[in-house]
Design a binder for this molecule. Structure first.
Ligand SMILES: C[S@@+](CC[C@H](N)C(=O)[O-])C[C@H]1O[C@@H](n2cnc3c(N)ncnc32)[C@H](O)[C@@H]1O
Length: 301
C-alpha cells in the first residue's frame, strides 16, 4: 500500500517489448494480480523497445477491450526513460541478456580473446569468456541504475532471462548449446562456399547468459534493490522445428545485417539448424533441464 500512497494510478512498464503477443499476456497477468489485491481505478502501461522496433504493429495488436492506458516509449533501457519515482512495476522478458555491444576483443585478431570460428563464448578461450562477462557486468550496471531512479520506493521489478547455473560451465547451458549448433551450421555454410570464413570469424552474438550468482552480484553492486525471488522456471521439451524457428525469429535481423543474407539463404541455414537439432534431439533437446529461464524479482528499497 505504501507504494500507492502518492498516486491512484498504477504505472507499469515493459522493457524490450518487441511487437507482442507474449508481452500482452504478461501485462494482463500483471494487471489481474494488482486488481486482485488493490482497488485501483486506473492503469497505465508503457511499452518500451529500441526506436527500430515496429511499434505500429504492437499498437494495432493491443486488445481493444483493454482496461489500461497504453503508450510507447522508444529508446534503450540502458538509459533513463521515465521521470524519477514514477513507475510502480517494471517487467522485462528475454531482453536483458542482449548486450549493448559486442566485446571488441572477441573480434580483434590481435587479442587473446579473439573468438575465431565461433559465434558465441560458451566453448571459447577463457579470455573471450572474460570479455563477455565483463560486458555483461557493465550492461547490468547501466540497466539497474536508471531503474533505481524511475521506480518508486517499494516498487517492484520482475524479469526473466535465459540463464546458466552458478558453478557449471557455460557450455552446459541449454541456450548456449543451441547457439553452438547455429555456429556450426554457419561454419558448414562456409565449408560449402556459401559464405566466407572471415565473415564467420567476425560474427559474434551479443548475448550473455548470467548465473544467479552474477545477477545477485550486479544487484548488490547497484545497492538500490533487494532480491525477493531468484529462481529457475521449468522449461518443457521443445521440438526441433519450434526451436529452430525461435532462433530464426531472434537472430534473423542480425544475420541479415552481418552476412547480407536474403530469404533463400536464410531458409537454407534454418533447414540445416533444424536438421542438426533433430539429430541431437535424443540428447540435449530431450532434457533441457530447469536451469534455462532465470526469473528475478526485485524490490526498490
Ligand atoms: C528476444 S526479444 C523479446 C521480446 C519480448 N520481450 C518477449 O518476451 O517476447 C528482445 C527484445 O529486446 C529489445 N532490446 C534489446 N536491447 C534493448 C535495449 N537496450 N533497450 C530496449 N530494448 C531492447 C530488442 O529490440 C527485442 O525487441
Amino acid at each position: 500500500m505504501t507504494m500507492f500512497s502518492s498516486s491512484n494510478t498504477f504505472r507499469a512498464a515493459d522493457l524490450g517489448c518487441a511487437t507482442g503477443p507474449n508481452i500482452l499476456l504478461a501485462v494482463q497477468n500483471m494487471i489481474d494480480a494488482v486488481k486482485h489485491s488493490h482497488e485501483l481505478p486506473e492503469f497505465q502501461v508503457f511499452f518500451n523497445d529500441q526506436t527500430s522496433n515496429d511499434f505500429n504493429l504492437l499498437f494495432t495488436s493491443l486488445p481493444p477491450e483493454r482496461r489500461y492506458f497504453a503508450a510507447g516509449v522508444p529508446g534503450s533501457f540502458r538509459s533513463q526513460l521515465f521521470p524519477r519515482a514514477s513507475l510502480h512495476f517494471v517487467h522485462s522478458s528475454y531482453a536483458i541478456q542482449i548486450l549493448s555491444t559486442l566485446p571488441k576483443e572477441a573480434v580483434d585478431k590481435s587479442s587473446p580473446a579473439w573468438n575465431k570460428g565461433r559465434i558465441h563464448y560458451s566453448n571459447s578461450a577463457p579470455e573471450a569468456v572474460d570479455a563477455y562477462e565483463a560486458q555483461f557486468a557493465v550492461d547490468m550496471k547501466s540497466f539497474l541504475e536508471p531503474r533505481a531512479e524511475e521506480i518508486v520506493h517499494d516498487g517492484l521489478m520482475a524479469f526473466i532471462v535465459p540463464g546458466h547455473p552458478t558453478g557449471t560451465p557455460h557450455s552446459e547451458a541449454f541456450f548456449n548449446k543451441t547457439l553452438e549448433i547455429l555456429g556450426s551450421c554457419l561454419v558448414d555454410m562456409a565449408n560449402m562456399g556459401k559464405i566466407s570464413y572471415e565473415k564467420v570469424d567476425l560474427f559474434n552474438l551479443p548475448a550473455y547468459l548470467a548465473s544467479p550468482h552474477e545477477m545477485d552480484a550486479a544487484v548488490k553492486q547497484n545497492g538500490s534493490f533487494s532480491v525477493e525471488i531468484m529462481e529457475y522456471l521449468h522449461q518443457e521439451k521443445q521440438q526441433p522445428e519450434a526451436l529452430a524457428s525461435t532462433k530464426r525469429a531472434g537472430f534473423e535481423g542480425i544475420l541479415k545485417e552481418h552476412f547480407g543474407f536474403g530469404e533463400e539463404i536464410l531458409g537454407r541455414l534454418y533447414h540445416l539448424v533444424c536438421k542438426k537439432f533433430g539429430q541431437q534431439s535424443s540428447t540435449f533437446l530431450e532434457s533441457p533441464g530447469d536451469a534455462m529461464n532465470l526469473f528475478v524479482f526485485l524490490k526498490r528499497i
